[in-house]
Design a protein around this ligand. Structure first.
Ligand SMILES: [Zn+2]
Length: 219
C-alpha cells in the first residue's frame, strides 16, 4: 500500500475463492497477459532475495512457500511455447500460475515469495516515470537485473531474459518506454521504498547499476 513516498504491506485475509473467466481473459489485450507472465517469472529473484534476507537478516523463510513460488515460475517457463495470443489454454496456464503465486504468499504470510528487489525497482519506476509501463513488465526487466546482481555474468540472468522475450514481454528500457537514466535512478534508490532486505542491500552505486543494466542489455 502506498503511504506518502513509501510503501508497506498490510495484513489481509486470503480470498475464499477466485473466479476467473478464462474465455474473457483470453480475449484481453495480449500485453496484459504477457505482463502477468513476467510478474510470475519474477518469482525467481523474489525467492532468491527472500533466502538472502533469511541468511543475512534472519528474516523468517518458509521452505514450502519458497519452493511453491519457484515451481510456479518454472511451470510457466516450461509452458512458454503454449502461451499464445487468443488461446484460452494460455489463459488457464497464466491464471493458475497467478493463483498459485497467491497461495505461496498466503502460506508465507507475506508477499516475500513473489516480491523482492525487482518489485522495489518497479515501485520506484512508478514514482519516477508514472504510467509508462505495466507493473508486470517493469518487474520482469527488474528481475533480469536482480538475477545478474545475485550471481554475476555467469548467472541465470540470460535464462530470465530469454523467458521474458519468448513470451513477448519487454527486456529493455526502450521496450518499457523509459529512459536509461530513469532505470538507473530507480535501481539506485529502490532500496529506500520500503523496509525489505534484498540484493540491493542498503543501496547500490550508480556505477554498479550502470554496469548491471548495460551487461544485461537493459540499457
Ligand atoms: Zn507483482
Amino acid at each position: 500500500m502506498p503511504e506518502g513516498d513509501t510503501r508497506h504491506s498490510v495484513a489481509a485475509a486470503p480470498p475464499i475463492a477466485v473466479v476467473a473467466d478464462t474465455g474473457i481473459i483470453a480475449d484481453a489485450p495480449w500485453r496484459l497477459t504477457t505482463a502477468g507472465c513476467a510478474d510470475i517469472i519474477s518469482n525467481y529473484t523474489a525467492v532468491k532475495d527472500w533466502r538472502l534476507a533469511n541468511r543475512l537478516q534472519n528474516v523468517y523463510y518458509s521452505e514450502y512457500a519458497g519452493s511453491l513460488s519457484q515451481m510456479t515460475a518454472e511451470m510457466l517457463v516450461d509452458n512458454a511455447d503454449s502461451i499464445k495470443p487468443g488461446l484460452e489454454e494460455s489463459a488457464w496456464v497464466v491464471v493458475k500460475a497467478l493463483v498459485s503465486s497467491g497461495v505461496a504468499m498466503s502460506i508465507a504470510g507475506s508477499s516475500r515469495p513473489a516480491s523482492g528487489s525487482e518489485h522495489l525497482f518497479s515501485h520506484q519506476l512508478d514514482r519516477i516515470a508514472p504510467g509508462k509501463a505495466l507493473h508486470g513488465h517493469q518487474v520482469g526487466v527488474g528481475s533480469i537485473i536482480a538475477e545478474y546482481l545475485h550471481s554475476g555474468a555467469q548467472g541465470q540472468w540470460q535464462a530470465v531474459r530469454d523467458a521474458l522475450a519468448s513470451l513477448d514481454a519487454p527486456t529493455t528500457a526502450d521496450e518499457l518506454g523509459v529512459t536509461d537514466e530513469e532505470v538507473l535512478e530507480a535501481l539506485t534508490s529502490a532500496h529506500e521504498i520500503r523496509d525489505r532486505y534484498t540484493i540491493l542491500g542498503s543501496g547500490i552505486s550508480e556505477d554498479a547499476a550502470r554496469e548491471a543494466a548495460t551487461r544485461t542489455g537493459v540499457i
